[in-house]
Design a protein around this ligand. Structure first.
Ligand code: NAG
Ligand code: NAG
Ligand code: NAG
Ligand code: NAG
Length: 422
């Protein structure tokens, strides 16, 4: 019974979504940009330039190293894959030196390994790196993407007035829909509007896009990661309600496995992204991935939090003395809780909280450490819960009510009365 109502709830919340049946949980995969940027010089950077070789070796690693089987199933090429001019027929031409086999062959390679093919374009005259954008060639470009068996399009927003995006992104989405091929649609629409302090229409964005970049690009540093976490926390009231099955806020790629984050900081990103129901797009060289970072990316319990079928985005519920607490309610009645330290003063201090400090319903919980370093414990109303936090580190727990079934039933009754109007 409880399960039935939850299924109905999911149906209700996705009724406003882009109805292409895709991204019922946040998309997972790999994308070139953060790690490989616009490297086009394959002589100097033979294993890092944006090329079919990079994509193919990544595909191989995703299969062999278990990323695909953990759910990372899209492989995406970001900017810098095009020739600088279109062909005589007006079509986009992939760079002839770096993609000599063409996009159909690359798509076949990706699909034959059980993965899906993502590609980047831009709604304006040019892409951000100066390659031809789709403006004026939208139909031809959608036809071309379909002929290349593309499964995911990230549409950026350089070289176009942000005021035109409210009509432009839906129009391009309609061409994707009319094509008949299911193509995941990633929009950069709100990011450009937030940038000029124009209030994005998130209801419309969630109706037309499967995921959308809300804000600035992430860079390879703790500083950049902190800014993004702060921004998503500070703006959560207007962002979180628009996330749900089929439509997700996107705080940008995972830095994990690159140069800029320590192991503790990488754990922070994974935990907070899971609470945010964020798309999980690795942007790292899988060939040089260190085991400690790989185990963060492949942590099944944390991936299950991110991919929770209810699709409810979590919130930052506490921020004091450079500690932030983030919580997310899950389908089975439990809660994911991340304690994040923004402190840099050296010692790993113990902090003590009560359930009401982080706004969890007052009941008895069994608590499981999702990074599996601590043994299970329990906590009840008015008891202190002690967490030892490394500087710029995290503890990430699942709080499981002793009586899950009761909580689930209560919740369903509330939903039944208020949301379904019965
Ligand atoms: C796009 O290019 C056309 C033709 O060159 C030009 O008229 C138009 O102003 C450009 N639009 C933007 C947003 O740059
Ligand atoms: C963008 O469009 C708006 C409304 O049409 C206009 O007022 C504004 O000047 C344009 N901005 C730029 C940079 O072209
Ligand atoms: C197009 O939209 C309709 C109605 O929203 C939906 O049922 C269908 O699955 C969509 N098709 C594609 C290919 O996106
Ligand atoms: C901790 O709790 C989880 C969830 O209830 C359970 O799966 C796991 O076996 C427990 N671990 C130990 C060491 O008891």
């Amino acid at each position: 019974m409880a399960l039935l109502w939850l299924v109905i709830l999911c149906g209700v919340s996705s009724a406003t979504a882009l109805d292409n049946g895709l991204a019922l949980t946040p998309p997972m995969g790999w994308l070139t940009w953060e790690r490989f940027r616009c490297i086009t010089d394959c002589k100097t950077y033979p294993s890092e330039c944006i090329s079919e070789d990079l994509i193919k070796r990544t595909v191989d690693m995703m299969v062999i190293e278990g990323y695909r089987d953990a759910g990372y199933d899209y492989v995406g090429i970001d900017d810098c894959w095009l020739e600088k001019t279109r062909g005589p027929d007006g079509r986009m031409v992939p760079d002839r030196e770096r993609f000599p086999s063409g996009m159909n062959a690359l798509a076949d390679y990706i699909h034959s390994r059980g993965l899906k093919f993502g590609i980047y374009q831009d709604y304006g005259n040019l892409t951000c790196a100066g390659y031809p954008g789709v403006l004026g060639s939208e139909q031809l470009d959608v036809d071309t993407f379909v002929s290349w068996d593309v499964d995911y399009i990230k549409l950026d927003g350089c070289y176009i007035n942000a005021t035109e995006m409210d009509s432009g992104y839906p129009a391009f989405g309609k061409l994707l829909n009319d094509s008949g091929r299911p193509i995941l649609y990633s929009c950069s629409w709100p990011a450009y509007q937030e940038d000029i302090k124009m209030m994005p229409d998130y209801a419309s964005i969630a109706h037309h896009c499967n995921l959308w970049r809300n804000w600035d690009d992430i860079d390879d540093s703790w500083w950049s990661l902190e800014r993004i976490m702060d921004w998503f926390g500070d703006n959560q009231e207007r962002l979180a309600p628009h996330a749900g099955p089929g439509h997700w806020n996107d705080p940008d790629m995972l830095l994990i496995g690159n140069f800029g984050l320590s192991e503790d900081q990488a754990r922070v990103q994974m935990a907070v992204w899971a609470v945010l129901a964020a798309p999980l797009l690795i942007s790292a060289d899988l060939a040089t991935m260190k085991p400690e970072f790989k185990s963060i990316l492949l942590n099944r319990d944390i991936l299950a939090v991110d991919q929770d079928p209810m699709g409810k985005q979590g919130l930052r519920v506490y921020k004091e003395k450079k500690i932030a607490i983030w919580t997310r309610e899950l389908f089975d009645g439990s809660y994911a809780v991340a304690f994040v330290s923004h402190r840099t003063d050296g010692a790993a201090y113990v902090f003590r909280y009560k359930l009401k400090d982080f706004k969890l319903p007052e009941q008895i919980y069994d608590v499981q450490d999702l990074y599996k370093e601590e043994s299970n414990r329990s906590v009840g109303p008015n008891e202190e819960f002690a967490v030892k936090l490394n500087p710029t580190g995290v503890k990430f727990y699942k709080f499981i009510p002793r009586s899950t079934e009761k909580v689930r039933t209560n919740e369903v009754v509330i939903i039944d009365e208020n949301k379904l109007g019965k």
